[in-house]
Design a binder for this molecule. Sequence first.
Ligand SMILES: Nc1nc2c(ncn2[C@@H]2O[C@H](COP(=O)(O)OP(=O)(O)O)[C@@H](O)[C@H]2O)c(=O)[nH]1
Ligand SMILES: [Mg+2]
Length: 209
Amino acid sequence: MSKQFQFKLVLLGESAVGKSSLVLRFVKDQFDDYRESTIGAAFLTQTVTLDDGTTVKFEIWDTAGQERYKSLAPMYYRNANCAVVVYDITQSTSLEKARTWIRELQRQADPSIVIALCGNKSDLSARRQVTQEEAQKYAEEEGLMWGETSAKSGEGVADIFTAIAKKLPLTAPPSARSGGAARGTTGARNGVNLSNNQQSNPAGDACNC
Ligand SMILES: Nc1nc2c(ncn2[C@@H]2O[C@H](COP(=O)(O)OP(=O)(O)O)[C@@H](O)[C@H]2O)c(=O)[nH]1
Ligand SMILES: [Mg+2]
């Protein structure tokens, strides 16, 4: 029988970099130019099937980037197996913000967390402010996965989630295999276990997906 894994993934990054759009593209293969901004956090799931038949189910927490929700973020990342930290390639300040999130994750999240740095809006390369070289060099120095995406065109979106899906089973504790009694406890050492409580979003029931 093929292996099955289940992982918690959190999206972090400055407001308007395209976190919700990335999730919408990944989960529903859609894009919406006029998306309402996320309030609190939204929860979605998507399963990736790898070439060898292994399935990886992502439980995705899409957080709100606004400062006023910042204090809620640890609730999501403390329990996460992986974090996708998003910046907008047309806004160099958004890479600075991504660096801040990454420092926070390195200090506060589970040491085994897999972090991917994601440069979104690659379709707007004419307005690029962050070079691929700069971002890739930083990611290499910090031992992060890195990729550019366009939630609008879809370019790179499946690639980044698939790359995470391939990497996670190698690094995650065996309890991440679904079907076991430990379901939902993965990566959580001291964190809040939200897995039994997915319907009641602690940040207010705000799924606007
Ligand atoms: N051109 C372009 N616009 C995008 C892309 N991703 C998101 N957007 C737009 O950027 C804005 C913010 O997106 P949203 O997903 O709400 O960002 P969030 O605040 O990080 O969740 C919206 O107007 C989106 O339509 C992209 O890849 N390309
Ligand atoms: Mg959002």
